[in-house]
Design a protein. Structure first.
Length: 256
């Protein structure tokens, strides 16, 4: 990347900020960038250039993140008990290594290969998973930029494990929807059968219908934590049973 004049100034400012931390985002000795007239002057003199991906590692956002992590690692509470550290903070306290590590587990390749993020789609999916799971450590890593820009590498198993964390919740929702569908269908069949007797057309109290629906849901194994929304249930029944009519008297509603 060929910088403008202001590019040297902003890079110098960012580099000097990182110089005050215990660890740099990559192997770099800032002192070697100063020929005696200052870092900015040295960069200009040599017409220094850099990769865009490398420049992202020295952005203010990355500095703030690492600064907070190092600050937390050095603090103790007033009782002398060390503060609780996240795995991300712990990772920052370790000596920096040039060996690539997995974006998810923070471990080197080992016996499994590391694969580099190559599409915007993987970044999009990982961000969605991290948000839904409330994974603050993963969200902090993603705040540095998209996975392609920061050259994120990962184990296939770790990547798959992240997606699998989302699936149980999705399956649980699907199962609940299925049980509600079964209970509602059975309720409709019951009411149709009762109305088939033209000589003794029944009158259903909406509250009784709601209790019948709730009981069947519980029998099917669904977890019913909230009261059945009677108005919504009534509207659903009226939409699938065109001959059904609702009559209200005071606070009571009947279906005939």
């Amino acid at each position: 990347m060929k910088p403008s004049g202001s590019g040297y100034a902003s890079l110098t400012e960012d580099l000097l900020q990182f110089k005050g931390l215990r660890h740099m985002p990559m192997e770099l000795n800032v002192n070697r960038l100063d020929d005696g007239d200052g870092v900015e002057a040295t960069l200009r003199t040599h017409s220094a250039q850099w990769h865009k991906k490398c420049r992202l590692k020295f952005k203010k956002k990355m500095f703030d993140q690492q600064s907070r992590a190092e600050s937390a690692s050095g603090q103790k509470s007033s009782t002398g008990i060390p503060t609780v550290h996240t795995r991300l903070a712990a990772a920052h306290r370790l000596p920096q290594s040039t060996e690539p590590i997995c974006f998810f587990c923070n471990k080197p390749a080992g016996t499994a290969d590391l694969h580099e993020a190559a599409t915007k789609e993987i970044d999009k999916k990982v961000r969605r998973c991290a948000t839904e799971l409330g994974d603050t450590e993963l969200l902090a890593k993603l705040s540095a930029g998209d996975m392609i820009a920061i050259e994120a590498k990962y184990h296939h198993n770790c990547h798959r494990a992240l997606y699998n964390k989302i699936r149980p919740a999705a399956l649980k929702d699907e199962d609940a929807d299925r049980l509600h569908g079964i209970a509602f269908a059975e309720l409709v069949v019951f009411m149709v059968d009762m109305h088939a007797d033209e000589d003794n057309a029944p009158v259903f109290k909406l509250s009784d219908v709601a209790n019948l629906y709730k009981t069947r849901l519980e029998q099917l194994g669904a977890t019913v934590t909230n009261r059945i929304h009677t108005t919504r249930l009534k509207d659903r029944l009226l939409s699938v049973l065109p001959d059904l009519r609702a009559h209200s008297q005071g606070r009571d509603t009947s279906l005939v």
